[in-house]
Design a protein around this ligand. Structure first.
Ligand code: ATP
Ligand code: DP6
Length: 381
């Protein structure tokens, strides 16, 4: 269930609650190393091998809030202690193993990982989703594994706008998630932050969605997840995604995140479900043309064969299906006929096959740490 629109830009307070599934880190992950030292002159950050501007207001919010909590904790334990190196500057190094700023929720993974890692370094424990939220709204949900809701809250200071786990990642083991990375999805034309600002200012459909549609659907969605009722979960997911993109079209000037490949994927899903006589597959699209498909394990092989029939993989495009292995199967001729979609070449670049996963965790192996003993990025980053 999508978050779109804020009631407070600085604190990142949304106009509706939302819900997401945290994807498994074996397939999609951010890795972040934070080092703190008396010898560092200033806070610094490297992202995907390149030094970025640490004065970015959202990074500053996260650093400030973690340091504030660390100070509070020190004052409660022993004000004379500075065991957590509170006055020290930090060096932060982070890499995403998937495209950044391409509508694959890199800001969610990135800020959740950053806040979790900073909290470990500064010895801060407890509820941290309120801090991750101030990095990027969607990041608060990624502080937990499995099925997570972001309760919008009512307070002006945002203290009740927090994430809460609905069910852990082990709850629905048969659920599979396929990320269909479409071919022309590089950096998106309108970022989520500015896109939702324009929508709040201009779309009356967005207002209706936030006040009259999402509150009821959140309850239904949580109920469907708890009962592992795939058909209900799938329909709510598709309806919510469609309504979000309808609010984008209702924004003035309109915002288009879906492209013709996204539309073909939508058709394919509906035609397949209709042919099967039951809902076996669903889609949702974030602020970009890539599709996130939900299905149950037993239906994935056939659906992916169908995807490859409609979107024949490029011969030199590398491995088409990545991530969790998928059994191969043959596609009945009758199914191809019934779907009736002409193959479109170069539509989908690759598919990441994954499932629900845990929230942030510590990388124990020092060989995987991203900063060297000199506090600078390792050459391999
Ligand atoms: N690993 C990271 N550590 C810290 N910040 C990150 C990290 N990865 C991404 N970000 C921040 O998030 C920004 C990208 O966010 P943006 O919302 O544009 O794209 P996205 O999150 O990939 O897409 P969406 O949220 O719409 O799914 C980056 O420019 C950077 O500021
Ligand atoms: C379409 C979305 O992915 C938008 C996410 O927006 P962000 O959380 O990235 O926006 P900011 O809070 O401004 O950083 C929907 C969702 O993840 O719920």
């Amino acid at each position: 269930m999508v978050t779109w629109g804020k009631r407070n830009e600085e604190l990142i307070l949304p106009i509706n609650s939302s819900l997401s599934v945290t994807l498994h880190q074996d397939q999609l992950k951010t890795t972040t190393t934070v080092a703190s030292s008396r010898s560092f002159q200033e806070d610094r950050i490297w992202l995907n091998g390149k030094e970025e501007d640490i004065t970015h207001p959202r990074i500053q919010s996260c650093l400030r809030e973690i340091r504030r909590l660390a100070r509070k904790r020190r004052n409660e334990v022993d004000p004379s202690l500075d065991s957590t190196g509170l006055s020290h500057k930090v060096h932060i190094c982070s890499v995403n193993n998937f495209p950044t700023a391409a509508g694959l929720a890199s800001s969610a993974a990135g800020f959740a990982c950053l806040v979790y890692t900073l909290a470990r370094v500064f010895g801060v424990e407890g509820e941290l989703s309120g801090i991750a939220r101030q990095g990027s709204g969607s990041a608060c949900r990624s502080m937990y594994g499995g099925f997570v809701q972001w309760i919008m809250g009512q307070r002006d200071d945002g203290k009740d706008s927090l994430a809460q786990q609905v069910e852990p990642e082990s709850h629905w083991p048969e659920l599979r998630i396929l990320v269909l990375v479409v071919s022309h999805a590089e950096r998106k034309p309108v970022g989520s932050t500015s896109g939702m600002q324009t929508s709040v200012q201009t779309s009356c459909l967005l207002k209706h969605r936030a006040t009259s549609v999402v509150p009821g659907r959140m309850g239904e969605m949580i109920d469907a997840i708890r009962r592992k009722d795939f058909a209900s979960f799938a329909e709510l997911t598709m309806r919510d995604s469609n309504q979000f993109h309808a609010t984008c079209l209702d924004t003035f000037p309109p915002i288009f995140y879906l492209n013709s490949v996204s539309q073909q994927i939508i058709s394919l899903v509906h035609r397949y479900n209709r042919h099967c006589g039951e809902t076996r597959v669903s889609y949702t699209f974030d602020a970009g043309p890539n599709a996130v498909i939900f299905s149950l394990q037993q239906h994935v092989p056939e659906f992916l064969q169908l995807v490859q029939h409609v979107f024949p993989p490029e011969t030199n495009g590398g491995q088409f299906i990545r991530g969790l292995p998928v059994k191969s199967t043959s596609l009945p001729e009758e199914l191809k006929q019934a779907i009736g979609l002409e193959p479109i070449s170069k539509g989908i670049r690759y598919v990441i096959s994954t499932k629900a996963g845990p929230g942030p965790c510590v990388v124990e192996d020092p060989a995987q740490h991203l900063l060297g003993s000199d506090g600078l990025p390792e050459k391999t980053v």
